[in-house]
Design a protein around this ligand. Structure first.
Ligand SMILES: [Zn+2]
Length: 258
C-alpha cells in the first residue's frame, strides 16, 4: 500500500530573505515551532512564559504569544504584535504585562538580540532558587561558560518597567540570565538561537541538579571550558542545534505553520 510521502529534511542553510514579508513569516513560524517544543518539553506553567521576536520591518515592535493560549496550540497566525508601550497593534488576544515589561526592556537594551525566551520550566526554576551561576560540568554546560548572569532579586511578578530595566541590566551582554526564585531567560540573534539556548539551559540546570544531588561533580577546567564555549556557545551553533528539533516538530504538528 502506498502512502503520501512526507518531505524529508534537507541540509540546513542559514536563511536569506527576498522581502520583509518572507522574513516575518519565517520568524513567526519559528516562534510557533519553539512554543510547540516548549510545550512538548513541559516548560509551560499555567499562563506563564513568553517568547518574543523583533519585527523585521518595525524593530520597535515585537511578536509575542497571546496571553492565556497554550504553548501547545499556538500557530504562527496566533502571534500578536506589541509596541514598547505594551499595546497590542495586531491580533485579538491580550498581552501578558510581565511579557511586555521584561521583553520590551531586553529588546531596548540589546539591539543585537532578535528574540528572547522566558518560561517557568521546572529545573531552571529549581536551580534559580540557589541564587548562583552554573558550573561548567559538561560539554553542553560550556555554552554558558562566562556567558550567563544572575538576576539576584525577586520582588513578585515583574509588572513594573523599572524592574524590567534592572533585569535587562542584570542580563548585560550575556545570552542567558537566571532569575532568582523565578526561572530562566535567554536571548539570541534569531528565534532559533534563543529557543535552543532556552532548551539546553533548562537541561543544563537539570543535569547540574542531578549531579550535585548524587555527589560532588568535577568541573571542566577554565581553559577547556573556554575552548568548548568557542565551539558550542557561539550564535551559529545555537541556531544550528535548533534545526533538527524544528524539522521534527513541523513533521509531527504541521498546523503550527498556519
Ligand atoms: Zn516569569
Amino acid at each position: 500500500m502506498s502512502r503520501t510521502p512526507v518531505p524529508r529534511p534537507t541540509p540546513h542553510q542559514f536563511p536569506r530573505f527576498d522581502s520583509v514579508d518572507e522574513e516575518r513569516t519565517h520568524i513567526k513560524q519559528r516562534m510557533a515551532a519553539a512554543f510547540r517544543l516548549f510545550d512538548r518539553f513541559g516548560f509551560n506553567e499555567g499562563v506563564a512564559g513568553h517568547l518574543t521576536a523583533r519585527d523585521p520591518e518595525h524593530p520597535e515592535l515585537f511578536w509575542v504569544n497571546p496571553f492565556g493560549l497554550s504553548f501547545g496550540l499556538i500557530r504562527a497566525s496566533d502571534l500578536i504584535l506589541c509596541n514598547h508601550d505594551g499595546e497590542v497593534v495586531e491580533g485579538d488576544w491580550p498581552v501578558n504585562r510581565a511579557a511586555f515589561v521584561i521583553h520590551s526592556q531586553v529588546h531596548q537594551a540589546r539591539p543585537d538580540v532578535q528574540a528572547a525566551a522566558h518560561t517557568h520550566s521546572p529545573h531552571g526554576r529549581a536551580f534559580s532558587t540557589l541564587g548562583r551561576l552554573l558550573s561548567p560540568l559538561t560539554q553542553d554546560s560550556c555554552a554558558f561558560y562566562r556567558d550567563h548572569t544572575l538576576f539576584d532579586d525577586f520582588t513578585g511578578v515583574v509588572l513594573d518597567i523599572e524592574e524590567g530595566k534592572r533585569l535587562a541590566h542584570a542580563l548585560g551582554g550575556a545570552k542567558a540570565c537566571i532569575l532568582r526564585n523565578h526561572g530562566l531567560l535567554t536571548v539570541g540573534q534569531s528565534v532559533d538561537e534563543a529557543a535552543w539556548w532556552f532548551i539546553t539551559l533548562e537541561r543544563t540546570c537539570h543535569v547540574q541538579l542531578m549531579a550535585e544531588a548524587a555527589g560532588t561533580p568535577i568541573a571542566i577546567d577554565d581553559d577547556n571550558a573556554a575552548l568548548t564555549y568557542s565551539q558550542v556557545g557561539i550564535p551559529v551553533a545555537g541556531w544550528f542545534s535548533f534545526q533538527p528539533l524544528y524539522d521534527k516538530i513541523v513533521a509531527d504538528q504541521p498546523d503550527l505553520l498556519d
